[in-house]
Design a binder for this molecule. Structure first.
Ligand code: FES
Length: 332
């Protein structure tokens, strides 16, 4: 097992009860929550791009990117956009009096790390600014960077003051109602071989950025984070008869072996013996159900793992992924 795996595992298992210190209006439809330790202790360190999993009073589990200062070990800050078409998590946060409440928080985890590069282009849409705010705060004057930040209206775009303080010349604000959509030609005109491109925002923006990067031959320089499932199902290379059939899953620490039927997910099968198994999106994009694989080949159907991580076969997301062989063993 690599060091990286060990670290990931430790971080993933850190669950804390933290107090919501305050809730603040940040922009139209955007509230931020600041968490502190109830006894004033330091919180685990995090790096830009990291997110927290927060268990809401209703039991819903949601992930939100950390957008505060990574050097401030006393508090965590996340920002939440009310999504009327969402699955209820953002509405609960906006509609519940959370100040002073204790909430279960897992993490921080980071699947959107700031990679080393000579210079950076950031492209953020709407609430996608949250992980990117922490990234540009980290870079400040240390490396050349430019942020293209689009939103519906100026008033809906959170953290404009913080961004302006980081350097007005580095930030292009594009409110759609007065300036139209983000100009990707302009954004990509700043990209050379040594540029890392970071994108976070709605699916339409992400698809447009990926298509542009593909056309220009710089797709491998793009780092992105999804809020939701990709529009098309991912293509898998598993033989149909294996992914469609029944297979066996041994839960090593629980000491149980279960059968997974063709019509059920591995997560559903696991819950028959481990009802506490955490999940959130159940569509393979949030990372909540990540589980270490001890044996067996996995047909990865998530939208999180890189090609190298799939080949390493060290972890899987049982809400969507299945076995490529008759038996797998999981670290559960
Ligand atoms: S619950 Fe979101 S990836 Fe499995």
């Amino acid at each position: 097992m690599s060091m990286q795996t060990l670290e990931k595992e430790t971080i993933a298992e850190a669950v804390m009860e933290l107090r919501v210190r305050h809730v603040k209006w940040e922009a139209d439809g955007v509230h931020s929550l600041t968490f502190v330790h109830p006894e004033g202790k330091d919180l685990p360190a995090w790096t830009p791009g990291a997110h927290l999993e927060i268990e809401l009073p209703s039991g819903l589990v949601r992930q939100y990117s950390l957008c505060g200062n990574p050097n401030d070990s006393c508090r965590y800050k996340v920002a939440v956009l009310r999504d009327p078409a969402g699955r209820g998590g953002s509405a609960e946060i906006h509609d519940t009096a959370l100040t002073g409440r204790m909430l279960k928080v897992r993490g921080p985890r980071n699947r959107f790390e700031l990679a080393y590069a000579s210079n950076y282009v950031f492209i953020a849409g709407g609430i996608g600014i949250t992980p990117i705010l922490a990234m540009v705060q980290e870079l400040r004057d240390r490396k050349p960077w430019h942020l293209f930040y689009g939103g519906r209206t100026l008033d809906s775009m959170a953290f404009r003051d913080e961004l302006t303080m980081l350097g007005e010349k580095n930030v292009t604000l594009v409110p759609q109602d007065t300036a139209g959509i983000l100009d990707l030609d302009e954004a990509f005109s700043r990209v050379d071989d040594s540029t890392a491109i970071y994108c976070c925002g709605p699916e339409g923006l992400l698809s447009a950025v990926l298509a542009k990067a593909e056309a220009l031959g710089v797709a491998d320089q793009v780092h992105f984070e999804r809020f939701g499932a990709a529009p098309k199902p991912l293509v898998t290379d598993a033989p149909a008869e294996v992914s469609a059939g029944t297979f066996e899953v041994t839960l090593e620490r629980t000491g149980t072996t279960i059968q997974v039927a063709p019509e059920e997910s591995v997560l559903e099968a696991i819950r028959k013996v481990r009802p506490d198994m955490p999940s959130s999106c159940e569509e393979g994009f949030c990372g909540t159900c990540e589980t270490r694989v001890l044996f067996g080949e996995i047909e990865h159907r998530d939208q999180i793992l890189s090609k190298a991580e799939r080949e390493a076969n060290e972890s899987m997301f049982p809400c969507v992924s299945r076995a490529k062989c008759p038996k797998i063993v999981l670290d559960l």
